[in-house]
Structure formats: C-alpha cells, structure tokens
Write a protein that binds this ligand. Structure first.
Ligand SMILES: [Zn+2]
Length: 232
C-alpha cells in the first residue's frame, strides 16, 4: 500500500496555509466499471482520496479544483472564522473517513455555489461509496442528487463538462433516472441519445445508452404488469 499512496504539500485556497495531502499513484489495475462509470481497481479505491481537506481551516474540495479560489470565498471565510477545526484526513482513509470528506466537500460546494456538474460529481462518488457498503437507500438519495445537479448543468454550463460530452452527460442522467426507478424520465433521456446522429461518433456511449434503454423498457413493462391491467 505504501508505494501506491504518496504525500505532497498543497496550499489551501481559503486560509493560505500549507498542508499534506495523500494522493494515489496513477498506475492502478482497472477491474470493471458499472454503467454509471463507477470504476473498480485491484489495489485501492482512489475515490477515497479525491477530496482534500485543509487541517487548518477545515475547507474541503475535490482535488481537481481544490486550488481554485472558491466562489463566495468571503462567505466561506466568515463561516470558518472563530471555529475550532480539528480535522486530519492525511494518510490512509477508511470508508467512514472517505464518506466524511465527501460530505464536507458537498457542504462547501453548496455554500460556494459551485458549478452543478462538480456538485453532481461529488454526489455521484458519494453514491458509489454507499454502493460499496451495500447502503442502497443512501445510495439512491445520493444518485438522485447527482442526477438533479447534472440536469442543472445542461442549463448553466457549456459542454463538454469535465471529461463528459453533452451526449455522455445525457446518457448518465438517463441512467441515473433508471437506477433510481424513474423510468419514463430515463427512457426520455436514453431515447434522445439512441436516436442522436452524433452518437455514432461516441460508440461506447451509444452502446451503453442502448443497453440502458432496453433495460429501462423491460423494467417499465414488468412494473405495469405487476400493477395489473387497469394501470397499464
Ligand atoms: Zn485552509
């Protein structure tokens, strides 16, 4: 494990203090990926380490944009001022600590009015942690929040967002609707992807969307069969 994790120094974008962050080396063996892009690796779950938390002031954000000055910096500073912070998330993290870091990052992201796609990403990774622990109820709540924020990204952000094209994001929103049991909405989004002529250029997304669309249709049929003929 020691050679997978390493430590670097970062400067906090809120309080300007330096602190140690534990990072994961970029050479992991990928085992499999779920249909919502949750990826499993042999050595470690890198998502445990994707949120950095400043031990001096308590500010937390995802590694990719931790060093950006947050929107509403003033509000965050006001909130943190005079609060005694005792957090240390350096070194190896266990599942509980990983969950705690995501809750902190979500708290600050919401306070800072972060881009909806970033908030969506935090909720999605939190949902994956709940999936790992078999906590389905919590997973569904987090998936719902992820989907809500990703849908907001269509209105408020320029595509692509992060590494996701518009098409990939539409697929993901559809798949999150499906996973949370909202089948008409799932079919609406997934159907749009399947018939989009652009999808030919993104074969993997098209393939995933077709599969999810078929599954959602089957689930919907099964649902109406169980509900009885009068509800069809
Ligand atoms: Zn700080």
């Amino acid at each position: 494990m020691a050679d997978i994790l390493y430590t670097t120094q970062k400067k906090c974008s809120v309080c300007d203090h330096e602190f140690n962050v534990t990072r994961v080396r970029n050479r992991l063996t990928m085992l499999k990926q779920d249909s919502d892009f949750c990826t499993y690796y042999g050595e470690i779950n890198p998502n445990y380490y994707a949120v950095w938390v400043c031990p001096h002031c308590g500010y937390a954000a995802q590694d990719a944009y931790f060093e950006e000055t947050p929107n509403s910096l003033q509000q965050i500073e006001d909130f943190l001022r005079d609060r005694e912070v005792r957090v240390d998330f350096s070194g190896m993290r266990d599942w509980e600590q990983a969950v705690a870091t995501y809750k902190l990052a979500i708290f600050f992201a919401e306070m800072a009015g972060t881009l909806p796609s970033r908030l969506g990403g935090l909720y999605l990774k939190l949902a994956w942690l709940y999936r790992e622990a078999g906590k389905t109820e919590e997973e569904m709540v987090a998936l719902d929040k992820a989907r809500e924020n990703y849908e907001g990204a269509f209105l408020r952000e320029r595509m692509p967002v992060g590494n996701m094209t518009q098409l990939a994001l539409e697929y993901l929103v559809g798949e999150l609707f499906r996973r949370t049991g909202k089948l008409p909405e799932a079919l609406n989004y997934l159907g749009k992807v399947v018939v989009n002529p652009q999808a030919k250029k993104e074969k993997r997304i098209l393939e995933l969307a077709r599969e999810a669309w078929n599954t959602a249709r089957a689930e919907k049929k099964q649902g109406s069969a169980e509900a009885g003929p009068e509800n069809r």
